[in-house]
Design a protein around this ligand. Structure first.
Ligand SMILES: [Zn+2]
Length: 165
């Protein structure tokens, strides 16, 4: 029971690879970019972790609150990357928390999206962000190379699996 139509508001997975003038909602107004949409992933899960239809407090529930990162690349000019991330919430009284930032190149884009490991503090590309980059790598060779170099994707010439430590 979404209160807002996210499929209408935000670019969807089947649009990845498309070049367009995208109008991305911000807290106030829109971000307009001439860009190729490279990838998106969602951490939303089906199944609530609590009784009832919607969580009513700060308890974690990956159906009520979840994270959706998206990545774009400018088609002209400096061809920067745009990271557009949404903390989604279906909880009444809460709004989607939208952030965006530009990255000059693929290495900066990857670096910006690293998450610290809860115990070791080692920063890596994991989880939903990793899935977003996996989709994006198929459309952008420079991003693919940068991801391979930090071990977020298996390289073409070996089948080594990525290790967290
Ligand atoms: Zn829930």
């Amino acid at each position: 029971m979404s209160r807002i139509d996210r499929e209408e508001l935000y670019p969807q997975p089947d649009e990845a690879g498309e070049e367009d003038l995208w109008k991305l909602p911000l807290a106030y107004g829109d971000l307009e970019i001439e860009a190729r949409f490279l990838g998106v992933a969602s951490s939303q899960q089906s199944g609530h972790s609590h009784p009832g239809e919607i969580v009513t407090d700060k308890r974690k529930c990956a159906q009520c609150r979840w994270f959706e990162p998206r990545i774009f690349r400018e088609t002209g000019g400096e061809r920067r990357y745009i990271l557009y991330t949404i903390g989604c919430s279906d909880v009444p009284g809460e709004k989607d928390l939208i952030r965006y930032r530009y990255a000059r190149d693929a290495y900066e884009a990857v670096s910006n999206m690293k998450t610290p490991h809860p115990q070791t503090g080692v920063r890596a590309i994991v989880g939903v962000t990793k899935r977003m980059f996996e989709q994006a790598a198929a459309f952008d060779p420079e991003l693919k190379t940068a991801l391979e170099e930090v071990g977020a994707l298996p390289t073409d010439d070996d089948n080594r699996t990525w290790r967290t430590a």
